[in-house]
Ligand binder design. Sequence first.
Ligand code: ADE
Ligand code: ZN
Length: 324
Amino acid sequence: MSIKKAELHVHLEGTISPILAHKLAKRNHLTIPEGLISPDGQSYLSRDFLHFLQVYDTLAALIKTPQDYYDVTFDYLRTNALEDTIYVEMMYSPDHAEQSTGAPSIVNLQAIQQAIDDAEAQFNITGRIIITAVRHFGAEAAIRVAEEAAKESVPCATGFGLGGDEINFPPKLFTQAYQIAAQAGLYCTVHAGEFAPASGMIEAMENLPIQRIGHGVQAIHSADTIALLKERDIALEICPSSNITLGLFKNMNEHPFPKFLDAGVKVSVNSDDPPFMRTNLAQEYARVQEAYQYSDDTMKAITRMAIDCAFVDKQTKAALLSRI
Ligand code: ADE
Ligand code: ZN
């Protein structure tokens, strides 16, 4: 049996494979714009980070019904459970969902909850949802997302997060949204230090009630940021292939993952938007293990670290840790 895996950073709308995209387009009577899917039919094409976000928004718009959300969620959990993944946190974006489905977000969340329950019963995989606002939809939209998440939710929705364009929309703008989410008892994470410098991570740690940071790889250029991560016990959700595909690092040898681990920063291994990055969680684990010559015990320790900072209660954590 392979190493048990856990994932803390994957965008639900970003898990749609080209095959599923064709299926969704057909059943929802939509056309996928020319030039979006790569010639080999395995991935999507984008020129740079901001264009990637546009392509991502276009793909997310293929999801039209709560049933689509059910299928996307169940498909992702089933596929990963078959590769020995025991835990996945998926980011769900109510802005994308409501714009696209026209259904209130809670209806989509109920479908997602059902998919998580069904996958757990059939494949023994635990799933949770991070309700995620999108920076480039603005601070007011993020406040609305947080208010909705605080008001009306489902048991799987245990986290709040923020993705999108961090260059033009810095963390401080979203302080109020995070306060609302944290007061409602949601655990919090934020994308930072991916395309914007490490100073954005410091801004996030000083202004937002976060337990984790998505990416955070720019901290490698700032000893102060690494020190603050350790002091505050804030974990990084690292997505190696995503960083390489989007041009932050040339290859696994240049990726700072092992430096963070050696420095004592808590890390996890994640796929981000798997088909966009031509990867999946099992491949990310394999790439990390091969590139840095880690033993199986080190890989298991990475899974344990992920579970330690998962957005679940103590009992669920203990049950998951006992399976590694
Ligand atoms: N949304 C989907 N993928 C993302 C990424 N890598 N960075 C920021 N926002 C995202
Ligand atoms: Zn992400």
